[in-house]
Design a protein around this ligand. Structure first.
Ligand SMILES: *Cc1c(COP(=O)(O)O)cnc(C)c1O
Length: 376
């Protein structure tokens, strides 16, 4: 049994914060729009099963994953709602799509043909490429799309597209997004004349916030459900009431008193400029902490900011704790999260590492046990 009292370092997942975020974001949806919880990549590093089960408990009935194996895991964990696989699944696995009632995205004509050829009844959503050029049928290629209705074992339950600059308020990006939305809607209206198009969806997190006028059957919500923005600088039309779900904690392993001028760590890249107290924290880039935080970030100890000094190691890092009174080993250290009046956010780590929060979350390693709280 993993517990906070014995772990070297750990991740805390606050299920009450997840409930809050889901309820808040749901309140922003149009009345007919359903919340589709995006739980791909191990629930953005939060833990696929626990996140999905909690969502199910609070009333979510639609999920999106990236892979068939994520979908099967959800079914085996008792998730009973709709599960959409957003990405490629090898047609050889058609039987499993059928057996586990997973909805497969159809990404082009050749793929539809191969999947249909396997002979199993499969529910599908058709992916439309409205300008990102990643997956899907060209939004103007109505001929190829209508041919899909000839495959009797592919049951078309929906259509969707993905916006690729909806997190920007640059004028050209806004007009690009609007053209994506309009061309997709035009296609759907044409198809509707002769065919059952099923459910329609366009928005991801930023699409929901910045283009709330879109009136679809689902919104596919990922990053904001976890209470964070992809990046500090992202444009959001309204101020959001969200709480981060994930924190990263460690504890002090040992403490050194170093005299002014001492150099520390790999490469001896950092020199203390006065007599200092330095703590060793048992967490490093092997746990997913970006090495770019070396001498370029801080942690919280007893609510106070303590700089990360020297190079972050695979399993450990050094922190200047000179300012914290009465410190002993075992004291809890916050790498991400709140302590007292201070908070370190994933967005700050992403900024320091020159990436987005999503990647930082996906990099957090399994060797940090996930400890879940709340959710009752
Ligand atoms: C990952 C993904 C989402 C979720 O995006 P967020 O920005 O995390 O809300 C939605 N739709 C598709 C197609 C995706 O790949």
């Amino acid at each position: 049994m993993v517990s906070i009292s014995t772990s070297r370092s750990w991740v805390e997942i606050d299920l009450d914060a997840l409930s809050h975020n889901v309820n808040y974001l749901s309140s922003l949806l149009k009345p007919k729009t359903k919340f589709m919880a995006v739980v791909k990549a191990d629930g953005y590093g939060h833990g696929l099963i626990t996140i999905a089960r909690h969502c199910q408990r609070i009333g979510i009935t639609a999920y999106a994953v990236a892979t068939i194996d994520e979908g099967i895991k959800l079914r085996k964990a008792g998730i009973s709602g709709e599960i959409l696989i957003l990405g490629f699944t090898h047609p050889i696995r058609a039987f499993e799509l059928y057996k586990y009632h997973l909805i497969q995205s159809i990404i082009d004509s050749k793929y539809a043909c191969e999947l249909s050829w396997c002979g199993f009844d499969i529910d599908v959503h058709v992916k439309i490429d409205s300008g990102m050029h990643r997956l899907g049928f060209d939004v103007n290629d109505i001929g190829s799309i209508e041919e899909l209705y000839e495959y009797n074992n592919l049951h078309i339950k929906g259509y969707f597209t993905h916006l690729c600059v909806c997190d920007s308020n640059k004028r050209s990006d806004i007009s690009f997004t609007k053209s994506q939305i309009n061309s997709f809607n035009r296609l759907i209206n044409k198809l509707k004349k002769y065919n059952d198009v099923g459910k329609i969806h366009i928005q991801s997190s930023y699409g929901l916030i910045n283009y709330p006028e879109i009136d679809c059957d689902y919104a596919r919500i990922g990053i904001l459900m976890y209470g964070i923005k992809s990046s500090h600088s992202d444009y959001l039309k309204i101020k959001l009431d969200l709480s981060p779900v994930l924190s990263i904690k460690s504890r002090i392993a040992t403490i050194h008193h170093l005299v002014k001028g001492t150099k520390i760590g790999y490469g001896l890249t950092y020199q203390v400029t006065k007599d200092s107290i330095v703590a060793t924290i048992p967490i490093g880039y092997g746990d997913g902490i970006p090495r770019q935080l070396s001498s370029n970030g801080y942690v919280l100890v007893k609510g106070q900011k303590c700089p990360i000094i020297g190079r972050i190691c695979m399993d450990q890092m050094l922190v200047d704790v000179s300012r914290v009174k009465n410190l002993t080993s075992n004291e809890v250290v916050t790498i991400v999260g709140k302590d007292g009046n201070n908070e370190i956010r994933i967005e700050q780590l992403a900024l320091a590492a020159d990436t987005i929060s999503n990647e930082i979350l996906c990099r957090i390693k399994k060797r940090l046990p996930r400890i879940y709280k709340g959710g009752n």
